[in-house]
Write a protein that binds this ligand. Structure first.
Ligand code: ZN
Ligand code: ZN
Length: 364
């Protein structure tokens, strides 16, 4: 099959032939229909504090059709439409049983192949690493069954792919990590795929003020179409001061979708007394976020993280599919470009230029 590889010596991806093994045990072979380009992939390409073993096939936001299953698979059968998720879970450990399967680490041992088994992916006899247990920049994905969920067949797969990471991360941060409800006031910093999904989730949850914050005016325009009630551009002045003025004292909930210390600090600064700031962005290892400690108890402000939207993706993703198909979750508007696998580097160049919310690779 063809796949986009990140090799030892390159920053750009190289499209080449990669061998994929046949499914064993609880593995499922999925023919990839579509894969979104997520900013996290770019972090690992640029090694800006993040690192990944190479050679590796990146990509982790995908949907497709089951081609073949291992003998122990119970969840799906060939022909089923599925969304893949990097939050692979073992289903038996304390966090899984406690309702937080996205925090499972036992899956990293239980849901992968052992060193004695042949690798899932290889090239010329050499192992190719699987990124996020998925590697979706490839015509086929060989994954554990606990890394996917079956969805209704009338869901377009090029839209379903977005739910695989960005949409689940952004909506889950609102629906699961926080208690945003009718009448809440919300600010979202960073209007890429994750931030735009948080904006939409805030609208669906009934927030009355939804303030989108981004340096790109085109993204702000899109955010206003997707449910934001106000747009704040930091180029026009301190975004915290602008949010304070719009809300007379700060929002109930803020969401940071960039992964910078500065924007995490701004997210904390723009919540009201008793408010909650939630960081969804990938702040690089070693980076310190500084806040005024007194505000934790004198103002009872909270700063918290949200990993992959605190998802229970087997439950959440089919619901998000329903929300799309009944018109409340707007995914078409988030797809800026549909590209081929060979255009993957151009897609990341457009992401770096700030031109796009989401580019999606469509496979034939
Ligand atoms: Zn992602
Ligand atoms: Zn577990």
């Amino acid at each position: 099959m063809r796949a986009a590889l990140l090799l030892e010596e390159h920053d750009e991806l190289v499209v080449d032939q990669v061998e994929v093994a046949a499914p064993t045990g609880s593995e499922v072979l999925v023919r990839t229909a579509a894969s979104g380009l997520c900013h996290s992939d770019l972090h690992f390409m640029e090694t800006d504090g993040w690192d990944v073993e190479r050679p590796v096939v990146l990509g982790h936001e995908a949907a497709g059709v089951v081609e073949a299953v291992g003998p122990d698979v119970r969840e799906v059968q060939p022909g089923d439409h599925v969304i893949c998720c990097l939050s692979v879970f073992c289903g038996r450990c304390e966090v899984c049983l406690g309702g937080q399967p996205y925090l499972c680490v036992r899956s990293r041992v239980e849901c992968v192949r052992t060193a004695e088994e042949p690798p899932r992916l290889s090239r010329g006899g050499q192992e190719v690493y699987q990124f996020a247990h998925l590697s979706s920049f490839a015509e086929e994905m060989l994954v554990h069954e606990n890394a996917l969920v079956k969805i209704r067949p009338d869901m377009p797969l090029d839209r379903a792919a977005l739910i695989g990471c960005g949409v689940t991360t952004g909506t889950g941060a609102v629906f699961r990590t926080t208690e945003v409800g009718p009448g809440s006031t919300v600010a979202v910093i960073g209007c890429g795929g994750v931030g735009m999904s948080a904006v939409q989730a805030a609208r669906i949850a009934g927030a009355t003020a939804i303030i989108a914050v981004d340096l790109e005016s085109r993204k702000l325009d899109t955010a206003l179409r997707l449910g934001a009630t106000h747009a704040v551009n930091p180029a026009d002045g301190d975004p915290v001061a602008q949010v304070m003025e719009l809300t007379s004292g700060g929002v109930d909930y803020s969401f940071e979708a960039i992964g910078l210390a500065l924007t995490a600090q701004q997210a904390f600064a723009m919540i009201r007394r008793g408010g909650t700031a939630t960081v969804m962005g990938m702040i690089p290892p070693g980076t310190k976020v500084q806040i005024e400690g007194q505000e934790l108890f004198m103002s009872e402000k909270r700063l918290q993280g949200s990993l992959m939207g605190s998802n229970v993706f087997r439950v959440d993703m089919p619901r998000l599919v329903d929300l799309y198909l009944d018109g409340r979750l707007m995914l078409d508007e988030m797809v800026s470009a549909t590209i081929t696998l060979d255009d993957v580097n151009d897609g990341f160049a457009a992401m770096k230029a700030g031109d796009v919310v989401r580019s999606v690779i469509a496979f034939n």
